[in-house]
Design a protein around this ligand. Structure first.
Ligand code: G6P
Length: 611
C-alpha cells in the first residue's frame, strides 16, 4: 500500500528511482511523484495514474539530473487519487519534501495546529502535514534528523517516510513505524525502499529498519537512532534472491508467470521438510519443541484475503489429521473482538507480505494476551516474520501480481506439512504419514499436467468472459478453493462471483441460476463425490452452465457439464493444491480477454499496510 523509493549517490537518481518505482507499482498505482534536487532547489513532479504518466511530465534527462531523489507510488487512503494528493508533499516554504506510506490517525488535530501557526495545507492527504511539521521543527534548531524525530513524536498512526531537504542536498532521512522501509547499501550509493525488489538490481545488501527507527543517510554513510534518541547498531542482511524473481521474463504478466512457477514454488515449500524415515514432516522454524506442540489443544489461524482461504484449508487438514480444533479468523475482526485465547491455544498468522496491518495487529493482540504466535510468511525480514515467536517461511519467491497465486499454494503446502506433523503426533499412522509424503513428491508434476491444459482453459474462458456473475462451488476441503476461485475472478476480471459450499447453494444462490450463469464446480473423486454430483444435477435442471473440475477419467461429469477440466487424482488432503490451478488460469484468461491489467487490478494493492 504505497511504495517508496529514494536514492542518494553519484549517479543520476531519476531513472534509477523511476525504474524502482515501477517495481513497486503493485503496492499502489493511482498516482505517483518524484522530488529531486537538480540544482539548488527541490523540484517535484507528480501525476495521477500509472508511473508511465509521471514519466510523461518529467523534464529532459539533463534537467532532471540529480544525485538525490525520493519518490512514491500511491494507493489512496485520505483524499482522492489526483495530482494534488500525489506525493511527494512539499513543506510550506518548499524546501522540504516528504513521501509517506501509512496513516496519520491524528492528522485532523495536527492540521488544525499547523493552520493556526500559519501553514497552508494544499492537499486532502494526511501525509502533507508531515512536511509542514518537519519544517516547523527544522526552523527551530536547523537539524533535519531532530526535526523528523520531533515531528514523528507527535504522530499517532503508521509511517514509512523519506525526507529530503534542499539545505542539504546530500542527505535523506528515513523513518518507519508499521510500514516497511529498507535501506539498500550500494557501492558509494544508498537506497531507501518499501521493498527490496525495487533495488535488488543495484544491491543485495540491505538493512531492515525497525519500528520507531530513524535513519540519516549521507554520502559518507548512515546513522540510525530511535524516536527516543537511542543509537541503533544496524544489521546488514544479504538478500538471497535475484533480479529474475522480479522480472516477467517471457511472460506477458507477473500473474501468469507466477501461476506457471507453481511446480517449483510448491516444491520449494516442502523441500528439506519431509522425513520418510519417521513418516512425518519437520518445520524447524516453529521454534517450539515437539513435546510442547503435542500439548496444543486449540489452534487459531488469523489472516486476510487469499491467506485467509489458505487458513480455511489448513483448518480442514489439521482437524482431519490431528483432531485438534482450529478456528480461522479474519484478522480485521479478530483484533477488535477480544478473542478468547486459552493457555494451550496456539495462534498462527498467515501473510504473504508479512506486512498486512490487520494481521500484524492481530499478532500483537494475541501476543499481548500471552499466546505464542507463529507466522507463515513469504517475506524474509518482514514485520510479521520478525515479531512472531517462530514460524515457517513459504519460500515461494517474490510474488508481484496483485492477485495471489503461487503464495496461496505455498501457504497451503506449509499448512499441509503442519497438519501431517501434528497428525503424526496424534492420530495419523506411520503408514498414512509415509503415503502422504510420497504423494507430496508427485504434486509438482501433477500441477504441471494441469498447466499443460492452459490452451483448453483459455478456450473455456472465452465462453464465460461476458458473464456478469459466476458461482463457484466446492465441498469439504475444496470449499475454500471455491472461495479462492471466486475471489480471483472478482479481483482481476471485475465479474461478480461467489464461492459457496455446493449443498448450501439450495439455500439461496440457486435462485440466481439460469442459462446465463456459469457455475464452476469442483467435483473430485472422494468420499463426497456423489453428493456434489447431486448438487450439480440441481444446477443443470435449472439450465445453469456448468464447468466442472473433475478427476481424470471421470466420464460421468460430462453428462451435465458444458466443459470439464480434468486434474490428476491425488490424496484428498492434496486436492486443493491441484483444484485451484484451473481456477487461477480461468480468472487470468477471462480478465485478459476483457482487456484488463491482471497484475494491477483497479482499487487493489498487494500489501495492505493500512487498516
Ligand atoms: C491484499 C492482496 C491479497 C492478499 C491479502 C492479504 O488484499 O490483494 O492478494 O491475499 O492482501 O495479504 P497478505 O500479504 O497478508 O497475505
Amino acid at each position: 500500500m504505497c511504495g517508496i523509493v529514494g536514492y542518494l549517490g553519484k549517479r543520476n537518481a531519476t531513472p534509477i528511482i523511476i525504474e524502482g518505482l515501477k517495481r513497486l507499482e503493485y503496492r499502489g498505482y493511482d498516482s505517483s511523484g518524484i522530488a529531486i534536487i537538480p540544482d539548488k532547489e527541490i523540484k517535484v513532479y507528480k501525476e495521477s495514474g500509472r508511473i508511465t504518466e509521471l514519466e510523461r511530465v518529467l523534464p529532459t534527462p539533463k534537467e532532471s539530473s540529480s544525485n538525490i531523489g525520493i519518490a512514491h507510488t500511491r494507493w489512496a487512503t485520505h483524499g482522492e487519487p489526483s495530482k494534488k494528493n500525489a506525493h511527494p508533499h512539499l513543506s510550506h516554504n518548499g524546501k522540504i519534501a516528504v513521501v509517506h506510506n501509512g496513516i496519520i490517525e491524528n492528522y485532523v488535530a495536527l492540521r488544525k495546529q499547523l493552520v493556526k501557526e500559519g501553514y497552508e495545507i494544499v492537499s486532502d492527504t494526511d501525509s502533507e502535514i508531515l512536511a509542514h511539521l518537519i519544517e516547523y521543527f527544522y526552523k527551530k534548531d536547523g537539524d533535519i534528523t531532530i526535526a523528523v524525530q520531533n515531528a514523528l513524536k507527535l504522530v499517532e498512526g503508521t509511517f514509512g517516510i523519506a525526507v529530503i531537504n534542499q539545505d542539504n542536498p546530500k542527505q535523506i532521512v528515513a523513518a518507519r513505524r508499521g510500514s516497511p522501509l529498507i535501506l539498500g547499501i550500494g557501492d558509494d550509493e544508498f537506497f531507501v525502499t518499501s521493498d527490496v525488489g525495487a533495488t535488488i538490481i543495484h544491491t543485495k545488501q540491505v538493512i531492515y529498519l525497525h519500528d520507531n527507527e530513524i535513519a540519516t543517510i549521507d554520502r559518507d554513510g548512515y546513522e540510525i537512532i530511535t524516536l527516543m534518541n537511542n543509537k541503533v547498531e544496524a544489521i546488514i542482511s544479504e538478500v538471497d534472491w535475484d533480479i529474475s524473481a522480479v522480472e516477467k521474463g517471457d511472460y506477458d504478466s507477473f500473474m501468469i508467470k507466477e501461476i506457471f512457477e507453481q511446480p517449483i514454488s510448491v516444491e520449494n515449500a516442502f523441500r528439506g521438510r519431509l522425513s520418510e524415515k519417521l513418516s512425518t514432516t519437520r518445520l524447524g522454524g516453529l521454534n517450539i519443541p515437539n513435546s510442547e506442540l503435542r500439548k496444543v489443544k486449540k489452534i487459531q489461524i488469523v489472516a486476510c484475503g487469499t491467506s485467509w482461504h489458505a487458513g480455511l484449508i489448513g483448518k480442514h487438514l489439521i482437524e482431519k489429521l490431528a483432531r485438534i480444533p482450529v478456528e480461522v479468523e479474519y484478522a480485521s475482526e479478530y483484533r477488535y473482538r477480544n478473542p478468547i485465547i486459552e493457555e494451550d491455544t496456539l495462534v498462527f498468522v498467515i501473510s504473504q507480505s508479512g506486512e498486512t496491518a490487520d494481521t500484524l495487529a492481530a499478532l500483537r493482540e494475541a501476543q499481548a494476551k500471552g499466546a505464542k504466535v507463529l507466522g507463515i510468511t513469504n517475506t524474509v525480514g518482514s514485520t510479521i516474520a520478525r515479531e512472531s515467536d517462530g514460524g515457517s517461511y513459504i519460500h515461494c519467491g517474490s510474488e508481484i501480481g496483485v492477485a495471489s497465486t503461487k503464495a496461496f499454494t505455498s501457504q497451503v503446502t506449509v499448512l499441509t506439512l503442519l497438519a501431517i506433523l501434528l497428525g503424526r503426533m496424534h492420530h495419523t499412522s506411520p503408514t498414512d504419514g509415509l503415503r502422504y509424503i510420497k504423494e507430496l513428491y508427485n504434486i509438482p508434476d501433477k500441477i504441471k499436467k494441469i498447466l499443460d491444459q492452459n490452451d483448453k482453459i483459455e478456450a473455456i474462458a472465452e465462453t464465460i468472459k461476458d458473464s456478469t456473475n459466476a458461482l463457484y462451488l466446492g465441498r469439504g476441503v475444496n470449499y475454500p478453493v471455491a472461495l479462492e476461485g471466486a475471489l480471483k475472478l472478482k479481483e482481476i476480471s471485475y465479474i461478480h462471483a461467489e464461492g459457496y459450499p455446493a449443498a448450501e447453494m439450495k439455500h439461496g444462490p440457486i435462485a440466481l441460476i439460469d442459462e446465463s450463469m456459469p457455475v464452476i464446480a469442483i467435483a473430485l473423486k472422494d468420499s463426497i463425490y456423489d453428493k456434489i454430483i447431486s448438487n450439480l444435477e440441481e444446477v443443470r435442471a435449472r439450465n445453469g452452465r456448468i464447468i466442472t473440475i473433475a478427476t481424470e477419467n471421470d466420464d460421468r461429469v460430462k453428462e451435465f457439464s458444458e466443459n470439464v477440466i480434468y486434474i490428476p487424482d491425488t490424496e484428498s488432503i492434496f486436492q486443493p493444491l491441484l483444484s485451484v490451478i484451473p481456477m487461477q488460469l480461468l480468472a487470468y484468461h477471462v480478465a485478459k480477454k476483457r482487456g484488463l491489467d491482471v497484475d494491477k487490478p483497479r482499487n487493489l494493492a498487494k500489501s495492505v499496510t493500512v487498516e
